[in-house]
Design a protein around this ligand. Structure first.
Ligand code: TPP
Ligand code: SF4
Ligand code: SF4
Ligand code: SF4
Length: 925
């Protein structure tokens, strides 16, 4: 491709060759002698064909690899260099796509510019700004001709923006002669994160395999984004910006940020506002603004398709998409489509806005360098502009991440959040126990703490309410403490789970719960109080009875505000484990949702306390997680053995105080609290000791308290891909705890079937419902007889969950806890606000059973759920989840009924096997 007499030629393969072609077309027009050799068949590598297409005029060749070979050069570069070794050429090689970054025409132009030099960089990178090795080339701006319309849509994860854009692409693709292209970019939050849809439409084939950075049209579905992101930055001169906002056209000038106003004026843009949130409510669409905004998009882009035509097509599409949800839903969508153009209001962009002053950062600086210049920058979508040096400071070059960050992020994504009513609350702690995000917590407060919190509240214009602690918090009232439930307003994601579990009232107006949903704006004043209580007051679990819901809820969560979906069924188990063992937990986490919500750049949900203690967490691969945790446990036990050996060998040589401390430590016999109690004395004694042989202990302070090793992952990991390793670990005798977060599907990758998927459930790779039964992982590992095994479902029996966690952890061998987790992928009617009630009904109807198998006991198996479930409710349970209720549409009612009957039979067989195991142990012991 390119000039016949090309002197500068790039060799590359894959989609980047389209970008290079676009660049070449622009350069050749300007008379530049540039070209491209595309590699279609990489192996076997053909020197003959390469030489055949190499122009005789070529002087410099640049080979581009989307690969990073540490310590060596990249594969295509090596092949080309070898093949052309006898030609008298300058051959250079570069890497692109590093950090999954885009490669656009200016990056490629940068390569051609470099090739002009008499001594170009022999090894280089593009797409990054590498101020550490200085290997990166500067992009050189270039205009490429394009006859397409570029559109960029900002949305909130799962608010329907991406779905609406997919529908738009289908409508345009199926009903016009236009070509379409769509790329969807997501951040690292499971839901409630930001989505950006990059759509191009044009009359000729589109060869631009990179994100849009100069858009003709930008739309934003989230009012708050106007203040968080610089969306106008990517708008073309004269482009159009559409914002969903409650701010009216008249108020725009006074209420919108200067950055946006100036950007619009500088670009001579057209600006439209629409109150899609209000229109959605008026058309009974709830919070779904996507249909209205889709219609507004068509109204503002008649060059793509006349609006009348798009109206008809959108309505046809709504009829097909929502037919199965009933006539009402279809009609609501049709009404919403009509509102799209009606609600649009054009705002006059004033030229004088160009003179407005703009603050340099989009966010408030906190003074914490890592938080301000790394976390906030990435959250403000400025990560792509960061230089390499910014990723190597703060000790994060090895992939480690500082803790205590997620609480500070205050993502503020809820519309409604719970408000606590002190008069009604019975102080049960259930709200905190169920919250996946650890954003509602009970506090027992001293008089001093009450005074401070009340003063903060007063400063924010309200009065704080407290209650006397109930007698169940033993000694709390006598100690003069007060009880309060505190919401962390801006971190709460509004999932509603806490309101679902609150046992007071029935949620009606007449008989409300102790927590009621209120617009977030009414609760913002609570935030400073939350900051004080969550971050500056110590937890007081000593007043709660250990191993009870109330007791655990008083414990500090070392896992808070993760990036999981609002109402996720997995996260409460993680939070619970962190409350019970977090100070000493060491986690090997499999790839899956938990890996994403535990480590999505730029933050993680783990916190450390005032003593620097908290969860140590790491992720290896999907396929070796059990072995990874096993290795951690082996390393840890070797360290512990070394500590004991040093103490025993030197017992009679050390000073008397240190001897006493050693003796106490050995007597602690792995009791972590006793070890913790003597740790300081050991460290002090070791430092002062004259015995050199004990000095290595000074380096082992953090290992003096033994570790609780956890291996955590989903069913895709444990039942399928990591099963071989898990089996090996469970068959050994090492003290590890395995937590299976069982969503019965590969949730992170969009719901593929795993061996845990239930009979008849629809999943990817099981589109007609899974024909075979769910694998019984618990039965398999109970067969070893030497492993602790439990099955739990938190919303069904909280105490049983606590008991299982406690027993699993205390068992000095392999333990496995299988936790039933409702998930976004299940398509639960009413959404994940029902997560705890799904867990309850799953047990009541026999869908799953609760048990604990403890090899320490004479009769190891204890069945904790009913042995006579209400099987009549089994089908009712299935019909509340889309993964089941859509089956008749796919298979026909008769076939679906047969599959549902088999699902129930399989569940009955499963329970029978459990009962038989119990009967057998009763007979034989
Ligand atoms: C060997 C391998 N195959 C596939 C993937 C892609 N992948 C990442 S997460 C995931 C799904 C994980 O499912 P599960 O273990 O059930 O955890 P969940 O997401 O449900 O929590 C897959 C398939 C991978 N990372 N590694
Ligand atoms: S609404 Fe959800 S996130 Fe907010 S406090 Fe309640 S349970 Fe937690
Ligand atoms: S669940 Fe309801 S009653 Fe229980 S502590 Fe929370 S607010 Fe109070
Ligand atoms: S497990 Fe399901 S609900 Fe939880 S984060 Fe993953 S997809 Fe979301």
């Amino acid at each position: 491709v390119g000039a016949k007499d090309a002197e500068r030629v790039i060799v590359a393969m894959g989609s980047v060759t389209d970008t290079i072609t676009e660049t070449i077309n622009a350069l050749v027009k300007k008379g530049e002698k540039v070209g491209l050799i595309k590699v279609y068949l990489y192996r076997p590598f053909s020197q003959k064909y390469l030489e055949a297409v190499l122009p005789s005029t070529v002087k410099t060749v640049a080979v581009l690899d989307r690969a990073k070979e540490v310590g060596a050069r990249e594969p295509l570069f090596l092949d080309v260099s070898y093949a052309l070794r006898k030609h008298n050429l300058t051959i250079i090689g570069g890497r692109y796509g590093l950090s999954s970054k885009d490669t656009n025409p200016s990056d490629i132009n940068g390569v051609y510019e470099e090739m002009k030099k008499s001594e170009p960089k022999e090894e280089f990178t593009i797409g990054i700004d590498d101020d550490v090795t200085h290997l990166s080339l500067e992009p050189v701006d270039i205009h490429v001709d394009a006859d397409y319309t570029s559109c960029l849509f900002y949305g909130l994860g799962s608010d329907g923006t991406v779905g609406a854009n997919k529908s738009t692409v289908k409508i345009i693709g199926n009903n016009t002669d236009l070509y379409s292209q769509a790329y969807f970019a997501y951040d690292s939050k499971k839901a409630g994160g930001i989505t950006r849809s990059h759509l191009r439409f044009g009359p000729t084939p589109i060869h631009s395999p990179y994100y849009i950075n100069k858009a003709d049209f930008i739309s934003c579905s989230q009012p708050s984004y106007a203040f968080k992101y610089d969306m106008v930055r990517d708008l073309k001169e004269g482009g159009t910006f559409l914002l969903n906002t409650t701010v009216s056209a008249d108020e725009v000038e006074s209420k919108m940020p200067n950055r946006m106003l100036k950007g619009l004026a500088d670009k001579h843009a057209k600006f439209y506002v629409i109150d899609a949130t209000k229109l959605a409510r008026a058309t009974h669409m709830g919070s779904h603004t996507n249909t209205i905004l889709q219609s507004a998009f068509f109204a503002l882009n008649p060059q793509i398709m006349p609006y009348e035509k798009s109206l008809k097509l959108m309505k046809d599409s709504a009829r097909t998409t929502y037919a199965r949800k009933g006539e009402e839903v279809v009609n609501n969508n049709i009404a919403a489509i009509d509102k799209g153009s009606e609600g649009l209001v054009e705002v006059t962009v004033k030229p004088e806005w160009s003179k407005l002053t703009v603050k340099s950062a989009l966010y408030e600086m906190t003074g914490d360098d890592h938080y301000d210049n790394y976390v906030q920058k990435i959250n403000a979508l400025e990560g792509n502009d960061m230089k390499v040096s910014e990723f190597v400071k703060d000790n994060i070059i090895d992939g480690s991440m500082p803790e205590n960050v997620s609480f500070k992020e205050k993502r503020n994504i809820a519309s409604y959040v719970p408000e606590w009513n002190a008069d009604k609350c019975i102080e049960c702690g259930q709200c905190a126990f169920a919250c996946p995000h650890a954003t509602i917590r009970p506090f027992l407060m001293t008089e001093e703490e009450c005074t401070k919190a009340s003063a903060i509240a007063k400063d924010n214009g309200f009065e704080l309410t407290y209650k006397d602690p109930t007698p169940a918090y033993k000694g709390a009232k006598e100690a003069g403490l007060k009880f309060r439930i505190q919401l962390a307003t801006e971190n709460c994601v509004g999932c509603g789970v806490c309101m679902t579990v609150c046992p007071v009232g029935d949620g009606t107006k007449e008989n409300p719960r102790a927590l009621t949903a209120k617009p977030i704006a009414t609760q913002m004043k609570q935030e400073p109080v939350a900051d004080y209580l969550y971050k500056e007051t110590p937890a007081k679990p000593q007043y709660g009875m250990a191993n009870t819901v109330m007791g655990v809820s008083l414990e500090r969560p070392y896992f808070e505000v993760s990036g999981c979906c609002p109402g996720c069924g997995e996260a409460p188990y993680y939070r619970l484990a962190s409350q019970m063992f977090g100070k000493d937990m060491m986690v090997a986490n499999a790839t899956g949702c938990s890996m994403i919500y535990c480590s999505g750049t730029p933050s993680n949900p783990f916190s450390i306390d005032e003593n620097g203690e908290g969860v140590a967490w790491a992720n290896s691969l999907f396929e070796d997680n059990a072995e990874y945790g096993f290795g951690m446990a082996i390393a840890q036990s070797a360290k512990e053995a070394r500590i004991l050996r040093i103490m025993e060998d030197n017992m009679d040589k050390v000073e008397p105080d240190l001897k006493n401390a050693f003796q106490s430590y050995i007597a602690a016999n792995d009791d972590r609290e006793k070890q913790r109690a003597v740790k300081d004395a050991i460290m002090k004694g070791v430092k002062a000791s004259k015995v050199e042989a004990v000095k290595p202990l000074a380096e082992m302070e953090r290992d003096l308290v033994s570790k609780s090793v956890w291996i955590i992952g989903g069913d895709g990991w444990s039942y399928d891909i990591g099963y071989g390793g898990l089996d090996h670990v469970m068959a050994n005798n090492l003290d590890v705890n395995v937590l299976v977060l069982d969503t019965e599907t590969y949730s992170n990758t969009g719901g593929q079937a795993s061996k845990s998927t239930n009979t008849s459930a629809i999943a990817k790779f099981a589109a007609g419902g899974k024909p075979t039964a769910k694998k019984d992982l618990g039965q398999i590992f109970m067969e070893y007889g030497t492993a602790y095994v439990a099955s739990v479902s938190m919303g069904a029996n909280q105490m049983q969950t606590i008991k299982a966690f406690k027993e699993a952890e205390s068992y000095k061998g392999p333990s496995l806890v299988i936790a039933y987790c409702p998930c976004q992928e299940h398509g639960i009617l009413g959404g994940l606000i029902n997560m705890p009630t799904r867990q309850k009904l799953a047990v009541a109807c026999g869908y799953t059973s609760l048990y604990r198998f403890d090899p320490r006991l004479d009769k190891p198996l204890q069945i904790d759920s009913t042995k006579t479930p209400d099987w009549d409710k089994y089908n009712e349970f299935l019909m509340q989840e889309a993964r089941y209720f859509n089956l008749p549409r796919i298979k026909g009612q008769e076939e679906a009924d047969k599959m549902f009957a088999k699902a129930k039979k399989d569940a009955q067989t499963r329970l029978s096997k459990l009962l038989a195991k119990e009967a057998l142990q009763n007979e034989t012991k």
